[in-house]
Design a protein around this ligand. Structure first.
Ligand SMILES: [Zn+2]
Length: 267
């Protein structure tokens, strides 16, 4: 089987861990290459820490997650909460994508509650055609490769609900996926309980109690994603990651689908 390069582009450090962490591990175990790219530096993701201290903490957390998933990890020098789909970030991203030359890009959809997620999804679509236009960013040669583009699951229904084309069973990987997500201590133990109102986690007395609550919450989230799409998720599978094909990229082939899922093409 061909060895593929997957580029998982999130708006923030932790986004792709939550959406593609199981797929990333499955691919790495089969010898494919995986790189996570965070479009922003995470510097708005806290209620007490700021500036370089937060940026550096989030970089270290991302590196811990990268080690847990066995993937490469890059963080773009763009301020968290300020990502825009403009020419400057488009050209930054064109150079990143051309340099890695991925067969597959995974990212956000462009309709999502967070403006950085929306901009990130938009930016990938804005880059798609221009990747192979040599007069755009002529300092970085075109890879002569049109990537497949897949959007990771989200819960939003307008203007269109998420309609997955592939589901990746992750029952065997879900606990390790949660380990990787929880490397982002500043987020799961501090910022998200504060901003999302997770009172049980906030009030838990010890790190261990918080961890148990967070693990249960994440298991429920990943199980919920699998339950939504019974036609795609094989019987008996409890946890899955789901992805929607974006028509601005290359077609999703059966070989690629098998590389991602291990499910025979008929299912
Ligand atoms: Zn995010």
């Amino acid at each position: 089987m061909e060895q593929y390069r997957f580029l998982m582009i999130g708006a923030h450090p932790d986004d792709m861990e939550l959406r593609c962490g199981g797929l990333a591990m499955r691919l790495r175990r089969k010898g494919h290459q995986v790189m996570f790219l965070s479009m922003t530096d995470g510097s708005a993701g806290h209620h007490r820490m700021t500036g370089d201290a937060l940026r550096e903490r989030r970089r270290a957390e991302a590196q811990a997650a990268a080690a847990a998933l066995d993937v490469a990890y890059r963080i773009m020098p763009v301020a968290d909460g300020r990502l825009e789909a403009n020419l400057k970030t488009r050209e930054l991203l064109i150079r990143e994508i051309r340099t890695y030359a991925p067969h597959v890009i995974l990212t956000h959809r462009s309709a999502d509650y967070h403006p950085d997620h929306r901009a990130c999804g938009q930016l990938v679509m804005d880059c798609a055609y221009l990747l192979n236009v040599p007069l755009i960013c002529p300092d970085t040669p075109c890879p002569n490769l049109t990537p497949v583009i897949l959007s990771a699951w989200d819960r939003f229904k307008k203007p269109l609900p998420f309609a997955p084309d592939v589901a990746v069973p992750i029952d065997d990987l879900v606990e390790k996926k949660i380990d990787a997500a929880l490397c982002h201590v500043s987020q799961f133990y501090e910022w998200l309980p504060y901003v999302e109102g997770w009172a049980d986690v906030e009030s838990a007395a010890t790190f261990e109690e918080k961890t148990a609550l967070l693990r249960a919450q994440l298991r429920a989230r990943f199980a919920g994603e699998a339950l939504l799409y019974p036609a795609l998720v094989p019987d008996g599978v409890c946890f899955a990651e789901t992805f929607e094909w974006n028509e601005y990229g290359a077609p999703l082939t059966d070989e690629l689908r098998r590389a991602m899922t291990d499910i025979p093409a008929e299912k």
